[in-house]
Every structure is written in C-alpha cells, then in structure tokens.
Design a protein around this ligand. Structure first.
Ligand SMILES: C[S@@+](CC[C@H](N)C(=O)[O-])C[C@H]1O[C@@H](n2cnc3c(N)ncnc32)[C@H](O)[C@@H]1O
Length: 265
C-alpha cells in the first residue's frame, strides 16, 4: 500500500487508505486536458498520517459523492457517519465533504467507483427539470450514471428532480424535515426502501422556491423569499445562494444516509 495515511477499514471491503484513493485518482486520470483531477481543499484531517478518524483502526465508511457541487448532499452523509470524497468537473472552493477531486464524474466512476463503500450521484437536472428553459441543450447524464453505478457494484443513491428518467425510488420533501423549502426530489436507491415520512405542506405556510434565474415565478403557492437567506432555508450556511439553487438539503441525505449505513454494517 502506498502512502502513510490512516488505515481505513471499510464495511466488509478490507483495509484501505484514503490518501491512496486520492493519489490513484490523480495519477490515473485520463480526462480532458486541464480538467483535473486535483485535490483542491476541504478538511482533510481524515486523510493525513495520524489523522482522525481512522487512526487506531476505527471504522471509516467511504462514500463517493459524484457531481458534488458545494456539498449539500455531502453534509447530510457526513452527519450520517460517512467520510465523503466529492467529484465535480469544476472547482468547488466551498465543498463541505472531507476531500474534493476535480474530474469527470463518469470517468472517475468507471475507474474508481469500486474502491468506495457506497456511492451517491446527483447528475445535473437541467435536461429534466420543468424549471429549465432549454432542456435539449443540456446533457442527459442520468442513464449513463446509473449504468456506471451498476458496473461499480456498490450500494448507491441517485438523486434528481421529478421528471428525470429514474426506474424507481421515493420522493423527499423539505416539509418532511421542517424546512421552508418544498424541493421534491426522487431518490433512487440500490436497495428497497419503504418511506415512512409524509409531506406536511399545510405546516409550511407559503413555501420558498430556491431556484436559478429562469424558474420559480412567485405565486400564491410559493415565492423566492429573500435570496441571501436561501442558505439558511436549505440548511447550507457555508454555501452561496447560487450553489444552494443546485443542491439538495443536507436533511435529505442524512435521512437516506442513515438507511444506507444500515445496508453496509
Ligand atoms: C445538481 S448539482 C449537484 C449538487 C450537489 N449534489 C449538492 O447537493 O450540493 C450538479 C453538479 O454536477 C456538476 N457536473 C456537471 N457535469 C459534470 C461532469 N461531467 N462530471 C462531474 N461533475 C459534473 C456541476 O458542476 C454541478 O456542480
């Protein structure tokens, strides 16, 4: 094993080293020139020699966070107990996971997906979202991502908007977690999950729509609220309003992450 980072004991997958995963990701990358992958930032205490967690052989469960953005999903998985490595094809200076790699998600998944205990993917939703102006101009990455996840053979979660070409799943809503946003999102999981939560729209009042410039016209049913407050509505105080408009609330991935952890342990 290369490197001197903490030994990582994944759930049922033997002993590994997080630093190795990142070094392998960097050395074997064959994507477009100038696109990475690079470890850019993040709280990497878990990755340094003698770091914690992982020191002393404590179990660390590694989650690969594809299309990670600023890390709304990552924060929820961290709250659920995962060590999270994010991949995005543009730099994410505020990424909230443990480490960040700049790379193409599908290429990274094909080469390294099997090295992780579990994988989350949030492929871009513009091709499917009713809020998008020019859906046809955006790549449709949902199906290739699902194919890549099956190939990697690890438990997975794919999150996307209603209208994406998912095979199955359950829908989460901000009202299930006491949030001001509704933000219905489908979660397709590699295991069968029975959702016990229910929407509580009547308890929300007029919900806040957190979205890009093109959508979310104010109506009697919803409004955009105060843009600078979107990070608070989403539970993402470290992120910008624009990053929030691309994200899912950490409450969603904490919920699904706790169930994913039960699949692994
Ligand atoms: C919906 S956002 C993800 C938001 C994130 N899950 C969160 O909760 O904060 C989609 C992300 O995919 C990234 N992206 C688009 N195409 C990509 C590709 N081919 N490889 C890697 N990342 C890509 C975008 O830069 C964007 O940050």
């Amino acid at each position: 094993m290369r490197g001197h980072g903490p030994t990582v004991v994944g759930a049922g997958v033997g002993r590994r080293n997080v630093q190795d995963l990142l070094e392998v990701g960097m050395s074997s990358y064959k994507g477009p020139p100038g696109v990475g992958p690079r470890v850019l930032q993040g709280d990497q205490s878990a990755l340094r020699p003698g770091g914690d967690p992982g020191a002393g052989g404590a179990a660390v469960v590694l989650l690969l966070d594809l299309y990670c953005g600023a890390g709304g999903a990552a924060k929820g998985y961290k709250d659920a107990g995962f060590t999270v490595v994010g991949v995005d094809n543009v730099p994410q200076s505020r990424y909230r996971g443990d480490a960040f790699i700049q790379a193409d998600a599908l290429e990274f998944l094909a080469e390294h997906g099997h090295e992780y205990d579990a994988i989350h993917a949030s492929p871009p939703c513009q091709a499917y979202s009713s809020m998008s102006r020019n859906r046809g101009d955006h790549p449709s990455l949902y199906a290739p991502t699902r194919d890549g996840l099956h190939f990697a053979g690890k438990p997975f979660v794919i999150e996307n908007v209603i209208g994406a070409p998912y095979h199955s799943g359950f829908v989460l809503c901000g009202s299930m977690f006491g949030l001001k946003v509704r933000r219905h999102r489908n979660l397709e999981t590699s295991w069968l999950e029975f959702l016990t939560l229910r929407c509580a729209h009547d308890k929300q009042g007029r919900p806040i729509t957190v979205t890009g410039d093109s959508g979310g016209k104010p109506s009697s049913h919803s409004w955009k609220g105060i843009r600078s407050e979107w990070p608070l509505y989403m539970g993402m105080p470290w992120a910008t309003p624009k990053e929030c408009s691309q994200a899912i609330p950490p409450a969603y991935t904490r919920y699904v992450g706790e169930r994913l952890m039960e699949q692994l342990l």
